[in-house]
Design a protein around this ligand. Structure first.
Ligand code: GDP
Ligand code: K
Ligand code: MG
Length: 298
């Protein structure tokens, strides 16, 4: 039963941190379904991704963000950083994610963006990788001197009990106000958007280190015929050499990217998917403000 509006609680929670600390893994665990793509590479998340979870009278609206980019100042990275800066303002709570026991310049840069007025939780993720837990105490003292954190949560994003506990911690920072979304909604992103993201995830996971930063995916066609989806997508890269890396010998690599993406899209939509993927070279696209915009970055 849906509680009356006067009893509903709802708030925005931004998940921020440097690349690869586990923000998107955390969002997916909180929402209970994969809505944000993940990989071992930086720059996997390039958009603000909203995921919701409604538990009894409380609706948690989580916002996953790109990792803040401190290296190259190209147009794409400037856009990613604007997304991060935009996401930390006007939220009820900030979850600042770091790897437990670690803190470097890239973490410090993100920390400096947090508005002092907004309560922030220090989430020390990947706690499963810490073998000597006693070492965490001095690290935590140093962290508390850096920022006035409202809470400290050592945990692992892939541990279900830790995720349950996190809901309880976040809840008290959310105001009493009517829900923004339906009780069953999980994300505000469309299946068309998810299709581009899923293809990009497979591309990131199946190719070498050089590629991700200079590649993106655009959807040329997304047609629905009952339960069937016809999708055509283009992977855009910056160099001819990169095109070869994606296609692979006898087209094997591109075929694998397509097959894995198709299977995941079929799970997501619950129907059959026909997927065609093309590869196109647009040299310097990530340096070109206009092109970055046309390719869907805010
Ligand atoms: P993001 O860039 O901060 O969004 O990080 P991702 O969610 O893409 O995760 C980066 C990598 O860290 C992936 O390979 C995840 O599987 C891994 N990861 C995330 N959370 C944990 C955790 O709690 N423990 C361990 N061991 N690995 C994790
Ligand atoms: K990542
Ligand atoms: Mg991410």
């Amino acid at each position: 039963p849906i509680p009356p509006e006067s009893e509903q609680r709802c708030g925005l929670i931004a998940i921020v941190g440097k690349p690869n600390v586990g923000k998107s893994t955390l969002l997916n665990a909180l929402v209970g379904q994969k809505i944000s793509i993940t990989s071992r590479k930086a720059q996997t998340t390039r958009h603000r991704i909203t995921g919701m979870r409604t538990v009894e009278a409380t609706q948690f609206v989580f916002v996953d963000t790109p990792g803040f980019q401190t290296r190259h100042g190209n147009a794409l990275n400037r856009s990613l950083n604007r997304t991060v800066v935009g996401a930390v303002n006007d939220v009820d709570l900030i979850v600042f994610v770091v790897e437990a026991g670690q803190f470097n310049m890239a973490d410090a840069k993100v920390l400096s963006l947090l508005p002092a007025k907004t309560p922030a939780i220090l989430l020390a993720n990947k706690f499963d990788l810490i073998h000597r837990r006693a070492e965490i105490a001095p690290w935590l003292r140093a962290m508390q001197e850096r920022h006035d954190f409202a809470e400290f949560v050592p945990m692992s994003a892939n541990n279900a009990k830790d995720i349950e506990r996190l809901f309880g911690i976040c809840e008290k920072y959310l105001p009493q106000q009517p829900w923004m979304y339906g009780a069953e909604e999980l994300t505000d992103r469309s299946d068309r958007f998810m299709a581009a993201e899923i293809i990009r995830e497979k591309l990131f996971r199946l190719t070498g280190d050089e590629l991700p930063y200079t590649s993106t995916v655009i959807i040329d066609k997304y047609e629905e015929e009952g339960a069937l989806r016809r999708v055509a997508a283009t992977i855009v890269v910056e160099r001819d050499g990169h095109k070869g890396m994606i296609i692979g010998e006898k087209g094997e690599k591109l075929k694998r990217i397509g097959t894995e993406a198709r299977h995941e899209l079929e799970r997501l939509t619950g129907g059959k998917v026909f997927l065609e993927i093309w590869v196109k070279v647009r040299s310097g696209w990530a340096d070109d403000e206009a092109r970055v915009k046309t390719f869907g970055y805010e």
